[in-house]
Write a protein that binds this ligand. Sequence first.
Ligand code: FAD
Length: 272
Amino acid sequence: MYTIQGYSKVKTLEEAYELNQKRSSTIIGGGMWLRLGNRSIGTAIDMSDLGLNQIEETETEFVIGAMTSLRDIECHAGLHQYFNGMMKEAMKGIVGTQFRNTATIGGSIYQRFGFSDPLTALLALDTTVEMYAGGMIPLDKFVIMDYDNDVLVRIHIKKDRTQAAYQSFRNAKTDFPVLTAAVSRRDGKLKVVIGARPGRAVVAKCPDVLASAPTEEDVKKFSGRVAEMVSFGTNMRASAEYRKILAEVLVKRAIMEILEQTSPEATGGVCK
Ligand SMILES: Cc1cc2nc3c(=O)[nH]c(=O)nc-3n(C[C@H](O)[C@H](O)[C@H](O)COP(=O)(O)OP(=O)(O)OC[C@H]3O[C@@H](n4cnc5c(N)ncnc54)[C@H](O)[C@@H]3O)c2cc1C
């Protein structure tokens, strides 16, 4: 359990950033990850008065405030509709509804967990992270950056007519995923992301293009070649060899889903 010496409910982002420059300070998102540690926190920075718990949809993008809960993303009708139900699929396996009501997207993406469902999903889309000092950083760059004392403010996802699908595999419901995979397709071009390898999610280097009207066998072969291009590791949940086999299966399923995609409403709507 962590202990907190001081608490500041900030009124501006500048205040949050200034306070966060001190090593002993920490931004509290949902606090769900922090509560598992035993840090002694000098100043806990609470950004819940900054209106960052909103999802805004404009003509060109979705803008998600850092304090938005994973559950709000899961249940957002616009995101659900635009990205073919992918965001709901990526969120729904994370622990349980009450947990997702508290954990934030800011805490999830800032931390760049090696098991992250949202990181895998967002990397497949055209996503940019808005940092207070660092400005706009494409997610594929942010994911390999070191931790610093900056403040994650918002996440921007471009509305670029991308089709998307998400797959994950867990040994048991509510556990961390053994493997995650997200695929998007724009102008016929596929982007494949594999996460929980168990390292941070990566965009796979696709070895070749998939035929314009591929058979299931074509997709299987393509997915197998993609899995060859990614490195996997072993941990208590699965071996590297098993993860590689899973990657082929999950990527194939996600591509098949994209090829067969209908309205996400046909798969049961946004949230029950
Ligand atoms: C038991 C358990 C199981 C989990 N299972 C999964 C899972 O299966 N899949 C999955 O994807 N995730 C999983 N997670 C991770 C979870 O979904 C959240 O990503 C995690 O709890 C962090 O979100 P938070 O809002 O709780 O962040 P916090 O715990 O509040 O913060 C985490 C870190 O991020 C920093 N931070 C928070 N907000 C900001 C910000 N705006 N700017 C800069 N830094 C910030 C904090 O200072 C802290 O260092 C799990 C977590 C737990 C505790």
